[in-house]
Design a protein around this ligand. Structure first.
Ligand SMILES: Cc1cc2nc3c(=O)[nH]c(=O)nc-3n(C[C@H](O)[C@H](O)[C@H](O)COP(=O)(O)OP(=O)(O)OC[C@H]3O[C@@H](n4cnc5c(N)ncnc54)[C@H](O)[C@@H]3O)c2cc1C
Ligand SMILES: NC(=O)c1ccc[n+]([C@@H]2O[C@H](COP(=O)([O-])OP(=O)(O)OC[C@H]3O[C@@H](n4cnc5c(N)ncnc54)[C@H](OP(=O)(O)O)[C@@H]3O)[C@@H](O)[C@H]2O)c1
Length: 460
């Protein structure tokens, strides 16, 4: 039986691997010429060890029943119906490429960006490489208390000699080297006990070479509701340790380094303020307190007090969001493909024959790379159950070779695994003399030209 997996990020690779083990032939499609999703274009460049997970995906790609087709966008180059005509199962692993908005006045001002754009820019994602970030201001504010917020704060604070040996895109290395940003304010709408950071990432913030980490002791002490929660069985170890780490930061001596990351809590963005050039000059925030909500959750409630934080760059890092795919049921409230345990369902809740979801587009934009392995295994279990119960569409009209031919005809710049390996070899060779893991090619046309030169005839 044959499956198409759409999206070659971690969840797509884990699903492909499980499907191969389950006896399927697998075609893995991605809209980019390059595989690996956020491992290539999300994970911070100063965390190269994390990216070595791609070796596991390389192994999957060696299976003779596996094919990679890069440069194929579902919704633009091929449609859902066309895939369903050719495969017994179609698995959507497209991730959540968009971002949440604050929905406050001033969000359109120059100097206000989504962290999604900043992350894509420094990682050389072709769709984000053209962005420009004005790094002339002394203070930047990063809104949100998750690990992405920590990543972007850290990237803004690394010294040029720390960024240079990474696979940060060349345009970003140059821009960051000229950055005037000396202070990053990391802003949480709730308190230290509710921060979504994980412990190693929060600790790493306190180990930066040229930046101090600053926490006001008054901010670090949990409010009464949070203190009660931390003392109860309902709490988790991560939250407890985060509070301890932040408490220790609050005890540190006065900042002495050239740069600093200031963690501020209990502040909700209310309005972005502009100057007469239409550029952001400050962020008005409401001061909150923590209260137990009707569901028992601890929520932020405005006290009525407000403050203005002067700044010239604002990055909102308040979570990613999925985008609908044409013809595929979408849960607009959650920003996901409508699914029950990985089976795509129509609005009445009935499973759609042969359609499945995995990864962030199945469960939402949370969880580390490894989380997607379990998630993919669960979806593939459903596929195998459906196969065994005769619930998969029975006879796709075309076989493997015919499908490869169809894709080649449809997508002139189609990239096979051999093509990606050629690009990979080019990038890593370009990095070697400089002690860098790779020098990324960031324009799709340049990637395709390099691949064409190295692999003139794409091998299906
Ligand atoms: C900034 C950032 C940093 C992170 N850092 C870490 C970290 O250090 N460690 C860690 O464990 N986790 C990290 N994560 C989490 C991890 O990256 C995710 O758990 C994981 O990437 C989700 O996998 P996915 O396959 O669902 O989505 P993605 O990785 O987003 O992959 C989706 C793929 O689908 C493709 N695609 C999208 N639309 C289409 C379409 N229409 N047609 C064809 N292809 C399409 C995309 O090009 C992409 O390749 C980070 C996440 C972010 C956002
Ligand atoms: N090194 C790593 O392992 C690594 C690196 C990066 C990302 N990741 C993973 O990737 C996933 C996504 O990370 P993420 O940082 O994008 O998301 P996240 O962990 O969900 O954090 C989002 C943050 O945004 C805040 N927020 C949401 N809406 C807001 C609003 N309107 N105003 C102010 N704040 C708002 C949330 O606060 P509330 O809690 O109050 O809603 C939360 O602090 C996570 O699972 C993360 O662990 C891992």
């Amino acid at each position: 039986m044959r499956a198409a997996v759409v999206g070659a990020g971690p969840s797509g690779f884990y699903a492909a691997d499980q499907l191969l083990k389950g006896g399927f032939e697998v075609d893995l499609l991605d809209k980019l010429p390059t595989p690996f999703g956020l491992v290539r274009a999300g994970v911070a460049p100063d965390h190269p060890k994390i990216k070595s997970v791609t070796r596991v995906y390389d192994k999957t790609a060696q299976d003779p029943r596996f094919s990679f087709f890069g440069g194929v966008e579902l919704g633009a180059d091929v449609s859902r119906d066309e895939l369903l005509e050719r495969y017994h199962a179609v698995v959507y692993a497209v991730g959540t490429a968009s971002d949440n908005r604050l929905g406050i006045a001033g969000e359109e001002l120059a100097g206000v960006h989504a962290a999604t754009d900043f992350v894509g820019w420094y990682n050389g994602h072709p769709a984000h490489a053209h962005h420009r970030f004005d790094l002339a201001a002394e203070r930047a504010v990063v809104i949100g208390n998750g690990n992405v917020a920590i990543d972007v704060a850290r990237m803004l604070m690394l010294a040029a000699e720390e960024v240079a040996p990474t696979d940060t895109a060349d345009h970003a290395i140059a821009a960051l080297a000229g950055s005037a940003v000396r202070e990053v304010v990391l802003l949480g709408r709730r308190g230290p006990a509710q921060a979504a950071f994980t412990n190693p990432e929060l600790r790493e913030l306190g180990e930066l070479a040229r930046a101090d980490v600053v926490v006001d002791p008054a901010d670090a002490a949990p409010d009464p509701a949070s203190a009660a929660w931390l003392a109860s069985d309902a709490t988790d170890r991560t939250a407890r340790s985060n509070v301890e780490i932040l408490g220790a930061y609050a005890q540190r001596p006065a900042p002495a380094r050239s740069h600093r990351v200031v963690l501020r809590f209990l502040r909700s963005p209310v309005e972005l303020l502009g100057d007469d050039r239409g550029h952001v000059r400050g962020l008005r925030v409401a001061v909150n307190r923590i209260e137990a909500g009707p569901d028992g959750g601890l929520r932020a409630v405005a006290t009525g007090e407000e403050e203005v934080i002067p700044c010239g760059l604002v990055l909102r890092s308040i979570g990613y969001r999925g985008e609908p795919l044409s013809g595929v049921p979408f849960d607009d409230r959650r920003g996901l493909i409508a699914n029950v345990d990985g089976r795509v369902v129509d609005p009445a809740g009935t499973p759609r024959r042969g359609e499945y979801a995995v990864g962030w587009i199945k469960r939402g934009p949370s969880g580390v790379i490894g989380t997607n392995k379990k998630c993919a295994a669960a979806t593939v279990e459903r596929i195998l159950e459906d196969r065994d119960a005769g619930r998969l569409p029975s006879a796709p009209a075309v076989d493997r070779d015919a499908t490869a031919g169809w894709l080649r005809e449809r997508v002139p710049g189609l990239v096979t695994w051999a093509g990606w390996e050629a690009l990979d070899a080019h990038e890593t060779a370009a990095g070697r003399p400089h002690g860098r893991p790779r020098v990324k090619v960031v324009r799709v046309a340049d990637m395709q030209a390099l691949i064409r030169a190295a692999v003139p005839e794409p091998a299906g």
